[in-house]
Design a protein around this ligand. Structure first.
Ligand SMILES: Nc1ncnc2c1ncn2[C@@H]1O[C@H](COP(=O)(O)OP(=O)(O)OP(=O)(O)O)[C@@H](O)[C@H]1O
Ligand SMILES: [Mg+2]
Length: 263
């Protein structure tokens, strides 16, 4: 469904993608894992057409989105949903108006139909009757769930989730994982999930990609990743402080080693 070809991107001296190529299959859940600052959110925003990479191509259903005009992109984005890291709700709007926003912006549906859709989506995320609440009145878990309801409000073909379970208690995280899986298994929604949560990634993923300072260091099924003999991957999935990956990305020897792998 999405194909990334030779994508490179940097902000000054920070490289977020270094000649990245990968594919995201239709109706699959792909989880992108990676350390903090490794370029996951940037890549997700680029895939969702919200930011342009410096070079390379992103194809969505065969259409190159990296060179579309604003108007064309607007059309393509109707079939995409995005749960932002931190949910990105409008603070001055209540839950109802946050959810109504994309529907009012992109469709000519009557307010009655909008009301029904919102009720249905809130029900799906377990927040029935919370239309009147303001974002400041929501807990972290509720905020994520409203963000999720907004991401799926237009029944998208693909949903991008940026850290959907971070900061949540295990039960709330499990609820979100189940929702992602239900949307995928029951409605065939293609899902791209950025996460730090290795346990949840292995639970929901058909495919896992590990991004490390702009490089894909591993890609495969959860079983393939779990049984990889690569020291970097073992360290990453075991969360070990000792190993080839240093805590600080300013570690000079390590960065020289990573750079030697950059094309
Ligand atoms: N618009 C921007 N301008 C300048 N630098 C940016 C911008 N967006 C991201 N960066 C930098 O690019 C790097 C990657 O950021 P990104 O948000 O993609 O990381 P991440 O993998 O999502 O991290 P985290 O797990 O902490 O959310 C960081 O060093 C960040 O400071
Ligand atoms: Mg991020």
């Amino acid at each position: 469904m999405i194909k990334i070809e030779n994508l490179s991107n940097r902000y000054g001296s920070i490289i977020t993608a270094n000649n990245v190529s990968c594919e995201f299959e239709c109706s699959e859940v792909t989880v992108i894992l990676g350390g903090s600052g490794s370029g996951k959110s940037t890549l997700l925003k680029q895939m969702a057409g919200l930011a342009r990479p410096n070079s390379g191509r992103i194809l969505f259903e065969g259409k190159e989105i990296t060179c579309l005009s604003k108007k064309e992109l607007y059309e393509v984005r109707k079939s995409m949903g995005m749960l932002f890291q931190g949910a990105a709700l409008f603070n001055s709007l209540n839950v109802y108006d946050n959810l109504a926003f994309p529907l009012r912006e992109h469709t000519k549906l009557s307010e009655k139909v909008i009301q029904t859709i919102i009720k249905m989506k809130l029900e799906m995320v377990g927040l029935r009757g919370s239309e009147h609440l303001m974002p400041s009145q929501l807990s972290g878990g509720m905020t994520k769930r409203v963000g999720l309801a907004r991401a799926i409000i237009m029944d998208p073909k693909i949903v991008f989730y940026d850290e959907p379970t971070s900061g949540l208690d295990p039960i709330s995280a499990g609820v979100i994982d189940k929702l992602i899986l239900d949307l995928n298994r029951k409605l065939g929604v293609t899902s791209v999930v950025v996460s730090h949560d290795i346990e949840s990634a292995f639970k929901i993923a058909d495919k896992v990609i590990i991004l490390f300072y702009g490089n894909i260091i591993a890609s495969g099924t959860p079983d393939e990743i779990k049984s990889s003999p690569d020291a970097k991957i073992c360290q990453f999935i075991n969360g070990s402080p000792d190993g080839p990956i240093p805590f600080s990305h300013t570690d000079k020897d390590f960065m020289v080693d990573m750079r030697s792998q950059w094309k």
